[in-house]
Structures are given as C-alpha cells and as structure tokens.
Design a protein around this ligand. Sequence first.
Ligand code: SF4
Length: 433
Amino acid sequence: MTTVFDASTACTDTAAKPGRDVLKQRGQHEVFCGLTSIMWLHRKMQDAFFLIVGSRTCAHLMQSAAGVMIFAEPRFATAIIDERDLAGMADMNDELDKVVTRLLARRPEIKLLVLVGSCPSEVIKLDLPRAASRLNGEHSPQCRVMAYSGSGIETTFTQGEDNFLAALVPEMPAEAADAPVSLVVVGALGDVVEDQMMRVFDGLGVGPVRFLPSRSSTTLPPIGPNTRFILAQPWVGACAQALERRGAKRISAPFPLGEEGSTAWYRAIADSFGVPEAKFDAITAPGRERARRAVARYKPVLEGKSVFLFPDSQLEPSLARFLSREMDTSIIEIGTPYLNRDVVGPELAMMPDTVRVSEGQDVERQIDRVHTDNPDLIICGMGLGNPFEAEGRSTKWSIEFVFTPLQGYEQAGDLAELIARPLMRRELLKVGS
Ligand code: SF4
C-alpha cells in the first residue's frame, strides 16, 4: 500500500555541505512501506520466514508485489489481525502463539522466524519484540524468533531492510579474541554481485569477507573490534550504528554504482586493509575498463539530458552522482526520503553545489517544480510515474533500481541501460509515428 502523510511546511538546512542548501519538506509523501523489503529479504536469507502481523491490506500488498510467489512454497505470510482481535474479544498474543506453533510444525526447515510489525499492530500497540522473546524461549534453538517494524507509519520501503538488519545485530556472535581483521559488507546484494565482489577481494588479498544479510541465518558474521564494515546500500544507517555499538569500524565511501563509484568503494576497502596501489590497479583495471566500455554505449542517450529524482529508495544521491559524473547528465533535483549525512556525504561531496537537494517530500510542491523545470527524465515511484507519462513525460520507476542487481563493474552497463531505456523508447516511438 502507498502511504500518505499530511503535515506542514518546508524549510532549508545548510548542514549537508558548506554552500549547499537542503530543501527539507514535511508535506504529503508517497512511498511504499517497509513491508516491501520482504520481497528481496526472503530470497536472500533462505532459512528465514517473515510473518507479517497485519491487516488484509498488508496481505494484499505482499500478494500483489510478489505475485509469482504463489507458485512456490513462500517464505512469508500475514497473520491477519481481524475484527475479533480489534474488538478485544480474542487475546492477540494467544492467537499469535497458535499461528506460530502451527507454522513451525508444518515448516520445520525454518531456522529464523521474523515477526514483522505493521500499521495495525502498531496502532493497537501489540508488543511484538516481547512476543518474539516469549516465542523464542519456546522454539529456540530449533528456530530463533525475532521482530522488527515494517509499518508504513514508521518506515519507507527500504527502511524495512534496515530495521531487519539492525534487529539481527544483537544475534551476531562475538568475534574470537584473536580474530584477524575482517570485513563485513552490509546491505542485501544479488548473489551474483556478491560472487563477483568476492573475486575482487580475493585478488586484493582482503579477507575474511562476509555479507550481511548472510544467505543463512545460521552463518551470521561474527562481530567485534577487529571487524571493519562497509555499506553496499545507502538505506542501512540504523544497522551501521548498531554495528558500531558492538565495536566494528565503518569504512566510509561512495556506493558501488558505476565505474567510478565501484572503484571508490573498492579503493576505500583496499586503503583500510593496506593494499598497495599497484596491486589495486592491477586487480581492478580489467573491471574498470569493461565498465567504462559498457556505460559508453548509453552515454549518447543520457549526455546533456536533464533528470529529476523523486525521494523513494534512498539510492537517489548515488544514482545522481553516477549520471552526473559518468554520463554527463544534468541533475535538476535529488530528492531523498532521508538525508543521512554520514552515509551519503561522500556522494553529495562529488556533486556540483548548484544541484538542488531535497529531503522528505511535499509531493504537490515537488510536482509543481517538475512542471517548472520540465526535465527530460523523471525517476519516481510507481504512483507518480503513470500521471507523468500521461502528460507526455519520460519516467523511470525507482523501485527497479532496488530489485535489479546494479552494483559493481559488471553491472555498470545494466545501470546505464536501465536509466536510458525510457529515453530510447521515446525516440523509437517518435521514429515509428
Ligand atoms: Fe498499508 Fe501499513 Fe500494512 Fe504497509 S504496513 S501495507 S502501509 S497498512
């Protein structure tokens, strides 16, 4: 379901970078809720099961977002809060216990059960962390039980992953006292991307390297003062803070989108692990060359075009940096639901000061700015895409950047193509008409 909030006004904040004003907006905004991230999380961690405690609306959202999953044994479901629960005629905790017991008896392969809070569970103040702790006492060690919130009142869609990962941090084992310096890459990535990254890390001699989320709930990375971590996705700020509280040290870098972003990301890791410059160049040169060649194919489509990014996934600053620096695209506005300066500071530092940056949303005002600025391409949520297309504008759905593996050298061409596609289609339609 698309969540909509109403509130007040806009203001500016000059803290992101000296000389750069950030337009802070607190009006109506349109973005999916945190439940949506279950779409990729359940595929990533294959022995986990996500049980949403929500309404029929939540169940419909998940069913329509994951239509194809009806053909498989799903690893998510919704425990529906119905009228009896809302009227207080049934004890919600008893009901939940029954659902969980039935589920785990039928699906013994589940090793981690995740209770996911929603707007309804939040409104009726159902204490899911407490329920998880009670159920954990009953079902662990066969199955651990934890909880996090994916409610639309609190989260946008990628923040669901952040809440999940932050909730996993206390479950991560402590590293051994004599553990070597290790690296944890934080944020869900496609398996193919992880495999490609591992080949680069092996070449650089960086390791041991682990990923969070891990492919199994039983292989969570150990954590402690000898752990360094780097974010692979910009929306995992709460998880980063939780890792720091356990003593891990963050490596700050731009995100691995495009040739330049990937090189800067690997370089930050290599510097942290003391990899010599010559070795870094030798290992990354072939990938850099392939990435440059792949994106060059789409540069004639994107060069000189103007792009307006609405706030959606939090990938917007990284996408804008890639477009601006590697495709010579003109960025009109970078909208982002949250501007976490610790996380996206390196991205914004690479952008011209003239680029407008907005945090939060006041959707009507933002639409007015689109009408004034008249960009060649709008990157926005699905709800805004169709009305803009009906006005004859080219759009790209932001959610596609989350569902498509785009990180690293081998995917740089796919990233450029994904952005260029609506403009290429428009050209084809012109030719055909
Ligand atoms: Fe809608 Fe809230 Fe359920 Fe998300 S959690 S589908 S916003 S009711």
